[in-house]
Ligand binder design. Structure first.
Ligand code: HEM
Length: 442
């Protein structure tokens, strides 16, 4: 057992890929495997385990990680006993496609339109490699490729490369990957000095959480303990539509940038409106000690950071909202896929580009699904029931009020800028649990 501080977390058992922030810059690969034969699946795990870092063995100076997670049908395919499968929470058992209505995955976001094989029963095991550059990524994923050799019962069915852009911005042109919660006992620093570290049980199964209980974990204990849930979603971004919308609503380039910043809650450099309300401040945006050091309590009306802006919805901090913010926090890892749309281009070039979104947290229902349902696709929690997230909600015709003196701006008819191309709910077991899975004799 290792304790980097306070709470004794078994850091040598928790996969590094669960808790460690991704490197900046980064290159990564998501790979999905179908397990046609349980013995081959177990052999694959046996071969991969030596290459998986734990939080304790991970070196942030050489941040290369390989991590493994399994869907519910993946656990079934490995031959996990029935009573153990039944001990997983219902939303995990159902999987993302079945939860479509809850998540707002309707219309063009509905599972029948997803990229195959996402949303199908074939998605069993996900291997994620992340590194600071392609060369080191290649070295890491070679282990996964070698592990597959001679295993005819395991089939690679999908992969997605992700990579940071030269300017480290996401597809909409904004710095990304800034907010990261502090978690008790991990030794991994959070980025907001004003956020009291969250209980470890919010992110790792088997520990006390913010409700001061230790939630029931999947059984047997060896399987559930030190595991967590990972949600990945391939979110296509309509960058040209975003730019066109801003162009139509703004009188000049400066106002375009201002409107976009109001939608996000940060300027393109990452500088928060909370600290730099009137113009971008690239020095602030690039300073990890300052760029997340703020709360919203001193701006109750949202004159600086609109109450409905993306980052204020996704983490209202100390804002007055219905509900307890700390029960709905998440580790979020956004990575770019596809080619950026060159600056200034307003016409869609047909390329598939977007964000491979990943959530990590111990509670799918209270964290990911709650945020998606109540904070992305609803506005009751901030007193504007008809409004949804202006950036990432996929519903058409949204409205976005921008508090401003003497009179507010009110954006109307926002088209969908983000479309879900598919994803899955996965369980990321601890290392001991992976060995238990590899040694199953069912
Ligand atoms: C294509 C889709 C998305 C884009 C382009 C996007 C963009 C961004 C940007 C630019 C930031 C600010 C930088 C940062 O704090 O790291 C951010 C923060 C965040 N986003 Fe998103 N996002 C997307 C989807 C989502 C989704 C689907 C969720 C949750 C269901 C989400 C949750 C968050 C959270 C929790 C934060 C950190 C808030 C904070 O602590 O201040 N994002 N996002």
């Amino acid at each position: 057992m290792t304790a980097k501080s306070g709470v004794a977390l078994e850091l040598d058992d928790i996969q590094a890929g669960a808790l460690e922030p991704r490197p900046v810059p980064y290159a990564g690969k998501y790979q999905i495997l179908r397990l046609d034969d349980r013995h081959a699946g177990r052999e694959l795990l046996r071969r991969l385990i030596p290459y998986l870092d734990s939080v304790a063995s991970f070196d942030p100076k050489t941040p290369v990680s390989l991590a493994v997670a399994l869907s519910f049908q993946g656990l079934e395919a490995l031959g996990v006993p029935e009573e153990s499968l039944a001990s997983f929470p219902p939303e995990f058992q159902q999987g993302m496609a079945t939860r479509a209505a809850e998540l707002g995955d309707v219309g063009e976001n509905a599972p029948e339109h997803w990229e195959k094989p996402l949303g199908s029963q074939d998605v069993h095991l996900v291997v994620v490699g992340l590194a600071p550059d392609s060369a080191r990524l290649e070295a890491a994923v070679r282990y996964a490729r070698d592990a597959l050799r001679d295993l005819s019962g395991v089939v690679a069915i999908w992969q997605q490369d992700v990579h940071s852009a030269a300017d480290l911005r996401n597809m909409f042109g904004f710095a990304d990957g800034i907010g990261h919660p502090a978690i008790e006992g991990t030794g991994i620093p959070g980025t907001n000095p004003y956020e009291v570290p969250l209980k470890a049980g919010e992110f790792v199964l088997g520990y006390e959480d913010e409700i001061h209980t230790t939630s029931p974990i999947p059984q047997p204990e060896v399987l559930g303990r030190n595991g967590t849930y990972v949600v990945f979603r391939k979110l296509h971004t309509r960058v040209a539509a975003f730019r066109q919308y801003l162009r139509q609503r703004a009188k000049d380039r400066a106002e375009e940038e201002w409107l976009a910043a109001k939608i996000v809650g940060r300027w393109p450099s990452g500088a928060p409106l909370a600290l730099s309300p009137d113009k971008d401040d690239p020095e602030l945006g690039a300073d990890p000690k300052r760029n997340n050091a703020f709360m919203f309590g001193d701006d109750p009306r949202g004159l600086n950071s609109p109450v409905g802006s993306h980052i204020r919805r996704m983490n209202p901090r100390d804002s007055l909202v219905i509900g307890a913010v700390r029960l709905h926090r998440m580790i979020r890892r956004g990575t770019n896929y596809g080619p950026p749309l060159p600056p200034g281009v307003l016409e869609d070039d047909g390329a598939d580009r977007g964000l491979l979104f990943a959530f990590v947290g111990a509670n799918l229902d209270r964290q990911f699904e709650f945020v998606q349902r109540e904070w992305v696709n609803d506005g009751k929690f901030i007193g504007t029931p008809a409004d949804k997230d202006p950036l990432v909600s996929s519903s058409e015709g949204r409205e976005f009020p921008i508090p401003k003196q003497p009179i507010r701006r009110h954006l109307k008819g926002l088209p969908a800028f983000v479309v879900n191309r598919g994803g899955e709910y996965c369980f990321m077991p601890g290392l001991r649990a992976l060995r238990w899975l590899a040694d199953l004799d069912t």
